[in-house]
Design a protein around this ligand. Structure first.
Ligand code: AGP
Length: 612
């Protein structure tokens, strides 16, 4: 959601800024803009729509300068338009600002500034940042002092980058609630909201903290604390291991398909170095200091949003079944707004690919207020969630670029089940039971590879159902998670209406929708729920509803009942969602392609939802 980039160095800033914006396109946006400091003036170009259009507009101008900022905007205040696109400037045209996040008190600030004579041209909250800085700059000669004073006026979340004609050769950025990463180069520095935009220049980075302000020039940078006025700050430099090229298509037509096919490797990477087959358990380096607390947990709450939240439905079953600890999944946004009693022996597990989801971050903060231990299952290293939780487990699946989560989701389920096994072995699950589970986990990458060989037949299936306007996606127990996730994948990529749900609920109302034009996808592996799922499939068929069933290899029985049967290899019941997700991802992908949708960047969506 929104992308920020700023460059200062010896090279031409424009191509670097545009390349950075291209690399952040996956986050979701509706307009973009750049501002480059030239010899005499700042040139600002904006475009509604794709970065490609912005590039085209830039191509028609001569834009030179070694300092520049850029932004991709996902509309919150004011429609997507050129007028509302960032960067925004002050009245004099001296100060330009790009901003991620929301300034909650912008209306009150705007009224004050209007009374002082400031003229606004957009409907955004961002524009008040430029004018507030301008106001302070009337009395403060030093730009960083004016910015520091302005920042104190803002309530809400922000990551900003500012440039000024009067201070050429300098960029100032600040973070409070929205991520910013400083990239350290040789005779050049770069700041961005996303590491993928920095990687072509350098992999040496500093993750800024909330309250940090950084002044960058080609010669160096200085970080200070604008929130508490603590002066100069030292921050750790980190080397990012992701390769710049891992965010490229590598021959696939879309990132979503590439990432679906990366899943066998993603599963291997998730387990790498963590399974202890001889001991029948799992090790998580980051959890070591908390072992005693983990031993005495009396409850676990799993939170996430969207896909990440649905994976928690598999996690809660596994934790209860293996470790015997009461576990429940809650939508992160709702947990954050409950004010329940302190829960000092409880633990909150926050699951998030990006590590920047605002609702999930709020849940962590609420859990801390309750005295809970907070753990994170996060893919993006150095992200806000990774840094706010007491301890974390990284997915290690590399950058996920398509808006629709695929490889991160299977890794999220697997990690929660590995965590369940880790807890269970602390609480009396036998070594041999642990070894059986580990053996099955080790087979998952090969099983995923096998499922991917059915991509061709799933593509044909998508052609067959191209015209369907509504689907059910149904399952129960572990595969209730798969049902909700399958439904979400179809909705977000193919724009069809899909109701995901527990198949046991069908008879209690939703079955009235079933007719020959209302297909159902039913996840029915040969497990403890199989007979019940089979009966439900028969009830759907009795009402002439088409059924696509997902079941276990070797189970031919459903071919006599369902219209189409897709197979997943036989594994433990708790691991079935990891496999069941894959055919549904392929179906959603191919249906989206059939319908001509923008698969990697579905309309109205952002990869990382950093606002509540
Ligand atoms: C997944 O396909 C979605 N795009 C979305 O539901 C996503 O999982 C959700 O926004 C949570 O994101 P996170 O994992 O980065 O926290």
């Amino acid at each position: 959601m929104c992308g920020i980039i700023g460059y200062v160095g010896k090279r031409q800033a424009l191509p670097i800024v545009l390349e950075g914006l291209t690399r952040m396109e996956y986050r979701g946006y509706d307009s973009g803009g750049v501002a480059i400091v030239g010899a005499e003036t700042i040139q600002c170009i904006k475009a509604k729509g794709k970065v490609a259009l912005l590039k085209e507009k830039c191509r028609l101008e001569t834009i030179e300068g070694a300092v520049g900022i850029g932004h991709t905007r996902w509309a919150t205040h004011g429609e997507p338009s050129e007028r509302n696109a960032h960067p925004h400037k002050d009245c004099s045209g001296d100060i330009f600002v790009a901003h991620n996040g929301i300034i909650e008190n912008y209306q009150a600030l705007k009224e004050k500034l209007v009374r002082k004579g400031h003229k606004f041209v957009s409907e955004t909250d961002t524009e008040i940042i430029a004018h507030t800085i301008e106001e302070y700059a009337k009395t403060e000669k030093d730009l960083s002092t004016a910015i520091r004073l302005a920042l104190k006026d803002f309530h809400g979340a922000f990551g900003i980058v500012v440039l000024s004609k009067k201070h050429p050769g300098t960029l100032i950025a600040a973070r409070f609630g929205s991520p910013l990463i400083l990239g350290i180069g040789k005779d050049e520095n770069i700041i961005a909201s996303d590491a993928t935009a920095i990687l072509p220049l350098t992999n040496r980075v500093i993750y800024l903290n909330d309250g940090d302000m950084v002044v960058l020039s080609e010669n160096g940078f200085e970080i200070t604390d604008f929130k508490n006025g603590n002066g100069r700050q030292e921050r750790k430099t980190t080397t990012i291991e992701w390769k710049s090229g891992s965010a490229e298509l590598g021959g696939f037509p879309h990132f979503m398909l590439k990432e679906i096919f990366e899943q066998p490797q993603a599963l291997r990477d998730t387990m790498r170095g963590r399974l202890l087959p001889d001991e029948g358990t799992v090790k998580f380096g980051g959890l070591k200091p908390f072992e005693e607390r983990l031993r005495s947990l009396d409850s676990i709450t799993l939170v996430g949003m969207g896909t990440a939240g649905f994976t928690c439905l598999a996690g809660e079953y596994a934790i209860e079944e293996l470790a015997g600890i009461p576990a429940r999944r809650e939508v992160a946004s709702e947990f954050a707004f409950r004010r329940s009693a302190p829960c000092k022996q409880g633990c909150l597990i926050a699951v998030s690919q990006s590590g920047e989801t605002a609702d999930t971050l709020n849940a962590i903060r609420e859990a801390k207020r309750r005295g809970m231990l907070t753990l994170g299952i996060v893919n993006v290293t150095g992200s806000s969630i990774a840094r706010e939780v007491d301890a974390g487990i990284y997915n290690h699946v590399g950058p996920e670029t398509a808006v629709a989560s695929t490889k991160a989701s299977v890794s999220q389920v697997l990690l929660q089940e590995m965590f369940a096994l880790y807890l269970a072995r602390m609480r009396g699950l036998s070594k041999s039971e642990g070894q059986t589970i580990i053996k099955e986990m080790q087979k998952l990458p090969a099983y995923a590879e096998k499922i991917l060989t059915s991509a061709g037949s799933i593509k044909r299936l998508a052609k067959k159902y191209k015209a369907s306007r509504s689907f059910f996606c149904l399952g129960r127990k572990y595969n209730f998670s798969s049902a909700l996730e399958g439904a979400l994948k179809l909705k977000e990529c193919s724009y069809v209406h899909v109701e995901g749900g527990n198949i046991a609920e069908l008879k209690h109302g939703p079955i009235s929708l079933i007719d020959k034009n209302f297909p159902s996808i039913v996840i029915a592996p040969k497990d403890s729920m199989y007979e019940k799922n089979k009966s439900s499939i028969q009830e759907i068929k009795a009402r002439k509803g088409p059924v696509i069933a997902i079941t276990t290899e070797g189970n031919k029985e459903l071919e006599k009942i369902a219209d189409t049967v897709l197979y997943i290899p036989k594994t433990l019941e708790m691991l079935t969602p990891i496999l069941a997700f894959i055919p549904m991802q392929l179906f959603a992908y191919y249906l989206a392609v059939e319908r001509g949708n923008d698969v990697d960047k579905p309309r109205n969506l952002a990869k990382s939802v950093t606002v509540e």
